[in-house]
Design a protein around this ligand. Sequence first.
Ligand code: FE2
Length: 430
Amino acid sequence: MLDLLIHNATLPDGRTGMGVAVQNGRIVEVSAALTALTHTQTPAQVVDAQGLLLSSPFVDAHFHMDATLSLGLPRLNQSGTLLEGIALWGELKPHLTFDALVERALAYCDWAVAQGLLAIRSHVDTSDPSMLAVQALVEVKKRVAPYLDLQLVAFPQDGVLRTKGGVDNLKKALSLGVDVVGGIPHFERTMADGAASVKLLCELAAEQGRLVDMHCDESDDPHSRHVETLAYETQRLGLHGRVTGSHLTSMHSMDNYYVSKLLPLMAEAQLCVVANPLINITLQGRHDSYPKRRGMTRVPEIMAAGMTVAFGHDCVMDPWYSMGSGDMLEVASMGLHVGHMTSQAAMQQCFDAVTKNPARILHLDSYGLEAGCHADLVLLQARTPIEAIRLKATRLKVWRRGQLVAQTPARTASLHLGGRPGQTDFLHRR
Ligand code: FE2
């Protein structure tokens, strides 16, 4: 017997009237005109999608779960800069407890699931030799595993070379259950140290067979060119498709000639890229008067060069960012606006940048809307991916391995217009 059959759905690729059949936590069939009547097996549960969008879940390729929901502890960021955020996180660290870290992270994961966000790559600060945050997030990863894939990156926030014992701390985090090798070359003491950190961290990843995801060139400084070293080391060590450059905001400010040389080198290394539009637009450009730079990396150009690009949330209510709710459609919307990605094709790419692209970056197993994939699905109150971004569409139902894990009532406003009663759901009717 089938566990679940969803029919009359629109898929992100534009196919309408589609049915999706689920058995034992996996999608077993995706086809047009598939209904409870046409299927040979009786489904335990039938859902009529009523022509609305059925998508694979949202994936966040860049987050900081050790800092999330700590806003105001011990104080607020006054300048709004990245560097004050790092200093503020340093003030908070001595006051962190295991229980508080776990509680905040679990609360955020509840928000995520409610928003159809079922996989998150989170950086965890490894600068503290006590490994408190690492142990807390490894615990969270275990606890949320039934409903959310949490991938952890060993992130030396204070610089792997700049901090005494930084390399040993990072290795220790990896031995405790952290998955991916991280870095922050632009925060090392010198450009030379930054480049040396990229080399040693990529070598460590190659040795241990791990993925790499570095905060790289998160700066308005056009001379911050660690991405060049990252692409070079990826190429040299044969890590193609396994290395991600996160942020790359300096590329926004680089001159076009240099970028014309850089992009093919990045593409040759099959570098993956994560831009974090909500954070880039607020943290970058802080030293500018007018005009103020947007700071987000060159997303359309990097996509056009054939690389996989995702939009990450990065922060929610922490020392760097006071806003956010785990809504990846808000992230996609900001990326669309900041990147001038307003053509129909580009808006569709913005949806991909919070779904299938980050899934590829995380190397998620069995992600997708095909027979054989995990039955992880989100039914949205929208008819197309573009409409979903426009409306930050309500996640009507969220399934994990075929089981319903969250649902939200449809958004409908009742109208009282001069005695003419009515209602609207904000969907565009053509
Ligand atoms: Fe980050």
